[in-house]
Design a protein around this ligand. Structure first.
Ligand SMILES: [Zn+2]
Length: 138
């Protein structure tokens, strides 16, 4: 497992926790030997995070800070679920129309099966994560 963290804004203790949360999620999602680039961005009103994969850059996620630390954790687990989906070949966003499990999927955001799964998994992973760490740190 190799994490390459690019940060522009975040406090060192938050970076440590983010790395811990990502390591935890990678283990829980079965992502062995994942090489991941993590961009910790500046505050942003539009996004909590997003993720991507391409042959040149490999797996990447972007996470944005929030005063609500629970939201940060949920975003990490959400984006890590998308990494898992791409890792397992379930989700392919390299086409104009995304592919889910080998089929074209034109569903709108809230009905996209990968979003439904990511919204479910972020809560499941967060509940497990909460039991492991002192959430007051967040
Ligand atoms: Zn999503």
């Amino acid at each position: 497992m190799k994490f390459n963290v690019k940060k522009t804004w975040w406090a060192p203790e938050d970076v440590t926790l983010v790395k811990k949360a990502i390591r935890f999620a990678a283990g829980a999602l079965g992502l062995k030997n994942l090489d991941l680039t993590i961009y910790l961005g500046k505050p942003n009103k539009k996004y909590f995070g997003f993720s991507g994969y391409d042959d040149a850059n490999g797996y990447e996620i972007w996470i944005y800070p929030s005063d609500d630390k629970t939201q940060v954790a949920l975003s990490i687990f959400h984006e890590m679920t998308h990494v898992k989906q791409q890792w397992c070949g379930e989700l392919d966003l390299e086409y104009f129309v995304p592919r889910w499990k080998g089929r074209k999927c034109k569903a709108k955001y809230k009905n996209q099966p990968w979003e439904i799964e990511a919204h479910k998994m972020e809560v499941i992973l967060y509940e497990d994560w909460k039991r492991m760490v002192n959430v007051a740190q967040w």
